[in-house]
Ligand binder design. Structure first.
Ligand code: OAD
Length: 235
């Protein structure tokens, strides 16, 4: 039976694809006020500003390609049951071929009715911009399918279950500043090896034995692949 390899990813995973992180120097939260564009209060105050912010993010995403880190994680499915829990709203894991991807903070290429959160629609690259004038087939206005600050995180329950099932747990490219995502580490079972890939020091829990790989996502996942496949029993 294949081992369960659970991977928690953040913005650093997609940095080498040209997508800005949030808190690095030059990151998105230096250029925009998080409370204006990524909070429920910001949406209430100025929804057009919020729509424009996500329209711009979508246009960037369409031009971006998965990087070697994404494709190597997809390739690990040959040897492991790989489950990705991502804070990223991009679709680069899926485009790289990963088959089990849980989005904690929503998905950029989806929108939903402001009145019914079950009415979710996939945008196409050709029609990826929305405005407050757009309506769905029920006549409802649309909002980005994103979890904003101040909103519940509906996928945290399934993410905890996946984390508890891990035989190996890997963290890639997240500053571990945002909860509840950062708290997932507490659900990793005792004795499960934890690897953390990030070029910079990360504020990880001190009470856990974490194997740090101080590299960017592409190089880091290559090193991780070497470590993990060398530990696999011969076929
Ligand atoms: P951050 O911007 O907080 O952290 C990015 C992490 O990626 C940092 O630790 C960087 O050192 C690391 N990094 C930078 N380049 C890298 C590379 N090439 N390879 C690997 N790592 C690299 O982003 P997140 O932790 O993902 O939420 O942020 C969490 C949440 O905060 C986001 O999902 C978003 C944001 O506000 C919402 O918008 C709801």
């Amino acid at each position: 039976m294949k081992k369960n390899l659970v991977v928690l990813t953040g913005a650093g995973m997609s940095a080498e694809s040209g997508i800005s992180t949030f808190r690095d120097s030059g990151g998105l939260w230096e250029r925009y006020r998080v409370e204006d564009v990524a909070s429920i209060e910001g949406w209430m105050r100025n929804p057009e500003l919020v729509q424009n912010f996500y329209n711009t993010r979508r246009k960037e995403l369409i031009k971006a390609q998965p990087n070697a880190g994404h494709t190597q994680l997809a390739a690990l499915e040959k040897e492991f049951d790989v489950h990705i829990i991502t804070q990223n709203v991009d679709n680069l894991h899926e485009r790289a071929g990963s088959t089990s991807v849980l989005h904690l903070h929503g998905e950029l290429m989806k929108v939903r009715s402001v009145y019914n959160d079950k009415h979710i629609y996939e945008l196409s690259p050709e029609h990826c911009e929305i405005s407050m004038d757009d309506r769905d087939k029920y006549g409802d206005p649309l909002r980005p399918h994103i979890v904003w600050f101040g909103e519940a995180v509906p996928m945290i329950g399934p993410a905890i279950e996946i984390t508890e099932s891990a035989d190996i747990f890997v963290v890639i490219g997240t500053s571990l500043n945002v909860y509840p995502a950062a708290g997932l580490l507490q659900y990793v079972k005792h004795g499960v090896p934890i690897y953390l890939i990030d070029p910079k020091p990360v504020n990880a829990p001190q009470n856990m034995a974490i194997h740090f790989i101080r590299k960017g996502a592409s190089e880091g996942v290559a090193e991780l692949t070497q470590i993990l496949t060398s530990q696999q029993p011969p076929k």
